[in-house]
Design a protein around this ligand. Sequence first.
Ligand code: ZN
Ligand code: ZN
Length: 335
Amino acid sequence: MDIPQTMRAMVLEAPGEPLVPRERPVPEPDKGQVLVRVEACGVCRTDLHIVDGELNKPRLPLIPGHEIVGRVVAAGDGAGRYEAGSRVGVPWLGHVDGTCRYCRRGQENLCDHPLFTGYTMDGGYAEYVVAFEDFCFPVPESYAAPQAAPLLCAGLIGYRAYRMTGEHVERLGLYGFGAAAHILAQVAVHEGKQIYAFTKPGDERSQEFARRLGAQWAGASGQAPPETLDAAIIFAPVGPLVVDALRVTDKGGSVVCGGIHMSDIPQFPYRLLWEERTVRSVANLTRRDGEELLAMAPRVPVATEVHTFPLAKANEALDQLRSGAFDGAAVLTMG
Ligand SMILES: [Zn+2]
Ligand SMILES: [Zn+2]
């Protein structure tokens, strides 16, 4: 396969400023890495937090993007898991040390020395990316690349948050009906759960979108659903939603925060937490989460709703995500 010397990339040079189109050398795969020709890369809310400077430890300059679908075109020393042409997904978790106490007890998502794609390693807002092959996933060929991309983070973090809601969940609330919720709702409905979708007040379009994907009820975030919830997942980066959700969550229920960044959670009375309610966050992903979700997605089947933008329009995609201009997920295509 012909690999050019240089590639197009959208680069974060300073937080708070738009990405800049740059011509970059095509990276060389290091030991244990593969070189992937990117076909599509999802635009995640975490990218917005990085670009806006709310997550403050990116490498700079940085190529963002951690919902990557592409084909392996070359391999570094010791990398032999994928043949050339294999289709892979590259997620947020780019590498772990494998030796810290968290890794040793199966919590590699909490590793002390992690690398994150599109944050501490260059990501997929580019024509090529290198990734550690042990952290890539095979992606089902039944999905077109843009449709598969949102599974790699929105899908994964939603799925991990869903698993953290615990047992005995029949009525599940989803706060913020964007890329993650629209994937998770399909999985949860498939497993017989009842979905209650909460959006910004007045956002009829997203409420209708939620009902179309099988939500039993959809309304505004401050509203009380017709029945109390067994669990709620908060996808919107808005702290007061934690209190809203606790207010309508039943005894023994859990409220799970799915985002990497959230505004402050306001003070609330203890009685909202009493009766064994829990509030927790989920961080990153483990490889097991990825393998499980990507195996399950075609069986549901999860159909993602994507809005594609050419690579050069990455800033527009980020702006539209920020303003909530579309339902589903934004995806960059390399074309
Ligand atoms: Zn570790
Ligand atoms: Zn993400």
